[in-house]
Design a protein around this ligand. Structure first.
Ligand SMILES: [Zn+2]
Ligand SMILES: [Zn+2]
Length: 368
């Protein structure tokens, strides 16, 4: 049940560690400081990494407000807050926006080298311990403070909240992987792992003009979704080599994209890539997934291996444009896993953990 509250108060779901229930707490509505923006959150989706934290497989500083896949409406601008989005569109109060998973300083060694996601002063949404006056830094709350250095993007009304929210994590990471691959137009593309990232990669590679897309997953149940997102072929890992061999005269894929998170899939992606091809490895974000690589093979096959973590702001633009172009054409609804009001965050996380590969959404205003 939602109780009426003063408009100067606002709710946040506080996470205090694995095994402890979320605590819904009211705070004074924050005021945006210099360079900041206050956003009323309309939708935030539960990412696999939020689930990892909830299950205790990933440790975040606590107490914190989780959630980084967020859509909201601009409520107030702080002094010197940006008035333009990543596309140069004017930002006004009430605009519906999403934003990059992190804010970067724009000044440091890595920011100057095209790696703002590795900024020395990186601020990541949904990953910070709260402190007095600094609560609203994640998506599972009624509002969020956007920091200076965040890439902001206005959303077209045609893109529903539940599809737009994952744009700033999964879909942007896929856009970054395709950017690192340089071009997939006319290419044979192998996609390893057909979860949320892999399925989006299939659809995005199709949209970008790939000639043939071969999806690969350990689960045969992912064959149908992979094909419905635009794959031409599906292979279990032990079938991949022969299938690609048949399709390419024994050469292998021009581009391999790895999103499964298993070390063996990264090895498979490298093995699947043709001489002179590119393999982008993006699925593994926990230590211990060791690869053994024959340097002779790397040399003789002249492979390009690219590791990828997160993305740059331009990838968010690519991701949102892609979703806008393909909404209604790609069956994104198979990736959505229901909508819960913020007050039911505990049930939402429980539902999400039973629906791997689907995005469960929280909508603070109780729209369900
Ligand atoms: Zn995420
Ligand atoms: Zn920086």
């Amino acid at each position: 049940m939602t109780l009426p509250r003063s408009s100067s108060r606002t709710l946040a779901a506080i996470f205090s560690g694995q095994g402890q229930p979320f605590c819904l707490k009211e705070f004074d509505k924050p005021r945006p400081g210099r360079g900041e923006m206050l956003v009323d959150v309309t939708c935030s989706t539960i990412c696999g990494s939020d689930l990892h934290t909830w299950h205790g497989r990933r440790i975040e500083p606590t107490p914190c407000v989780l959630g980084h896949e967020i859509v909201g409406r601009i409520a107030a601008f702080g002094e010197q807050a940006p008035r333009m989005d990543l596309k140069g569109q004017i930002l006004s109060e009430g605009d519906r926006i999403t934003w990059t998973i992190a804010a970067s300083c724009g000044q440091c060694f890595f920011c100057h080298r095209g790696l703002p996601q590795k900024c020395e002063r990186l601020f990541k949404y949904g990953h910070n311990a709260i402190s007095p006056g600094k609560v609203f830094s994640g998506g599972f709350a009624e509002c969020c403070i956007l920091h200076a250095g965040t890439g902001i993007l206005k959303l077209p009304e045609a893109l529903p909240d539940v599809l737009a929210a994952p744009a700033n994590c999964a879909v942007s990471t896929v856009a970054a992987a395709l950017r690192l691959a340089e071009s997939v137009e006319g290419s044979v593309v192998a996609v390893m792992g057909c979860g949320v990232l892999g399925l989006n990669a299939i659809a995005m590679a199709r949209h970008a003009g790939a000639a043939r897309i071969v999806a690969c997953d350990v689960s045969n149940e992912r064959r149908v979704p992979a094909m419905s997102f635009g794959a031409d072929d599906f292979a279990l890992p032990h079938e991949l080599r022969d299938l690609l061999g048949d399709l390419t005269n024994g050469r292998g894929a021009d581009v391999s994209l790895e999103f499964s998170g298993a070390a063996v899939a990264a090895a498979d992606a490298i093995a699947a890539t043709r001489t002179g091809g590119v393999a982008v490895i993006a699925g593994t974000t926990t230590p211990g997934a060791f690869l053994s690589l024959d340097a002779n093979d790397l040399v003789r096959r002249m492979l390009t291996l690219r590791g990828l973590h997160n993305y740059i702001p331009q990838d968010l633009v690519t991701a949102v444009d892609f979703l806008t172009d393909t909404v209604g054409k790609v069956p994104y609804d198979i990736l959505t896993g229901g909508v819960f009001p913020l007050e039911e965050i505990e049930a939402a996380f429980a539902a999400s953990s039973l629906l791997p590969g689907r995005r469960v959404a929280l909508m603070p205003d109780g729209r369900v």
